[in-house]
Design a protein around this ligand. Sequence first.
Ligand code: MG
Length: 251
Amino acid sequence: MTNNIIKLSKVSAILIGLITTTATYGNKVDPKLTEIWHPVPKKVQVTPIPSDAIPLLQQASDVEKYWQHTNGKPVNWIYENDRLTVKPKTGSIVTKQSFCDMQLHLEWRAPIVSERRKDAPLHANSGIKIQERYEVQILDTYNNKIYVNGQAGSIYKQAAPLVDALSPSGKWNTFDIIFRAPQFDNAGVLTKPAHITVLHNGVLIQDHFEIEGTTMYVGKAKYFNAHGCKPILLQDHNGEISFRNIWLREL
Ligand code: MG
């Protein structure tokens, strides 16, 4: 009796399915025509970080493994409490590896006033220079006004963030960045500018922005020279900014 009921409900389910399909697509179009089965997306485990990501800063040993100062010397910043903190005046650091298109995840924190040295500037300043050229601004601009194309999350001197999603000093920020590298032809002429999308604490702040060229402090940005893949640079800009949980997926 029970088996018969199960069989009957299976038949009803199939009939309902057929009726629904006919109602949705009509009799003339086979829905299979719009199905794609290959290639199958590669499986990625997502925790603790995506399984196809390069773990640029997950533990102390990653500092030496993946990073160095711009002059090639070992990193002289301070690693403690699971974070890497800029040691002012020791210089910026770069990845040993070069990258082109990427998805980059990075967490950063500006110090609270009591953690800063006495002569520290008002805004704790740093930055991520993608391909050593294109800067996403890191700056403690929480309740600290500055020109908007220089505040945290700006593409420095090119684009203000769409909204201000900054955490207060002492709290962590996340940046999730999608970067498409510029392209040049064989003669070194730019054929496609770089594009960047940034989520700040999960909020969209740069939406496929077309980068105008190498970041400039003064003057108009431009692509000064053709280049291939390049390292990521974290800036020593005289502020005690900390970093943790950096990973990168090559696209
Ligand atoms: Mg900066």
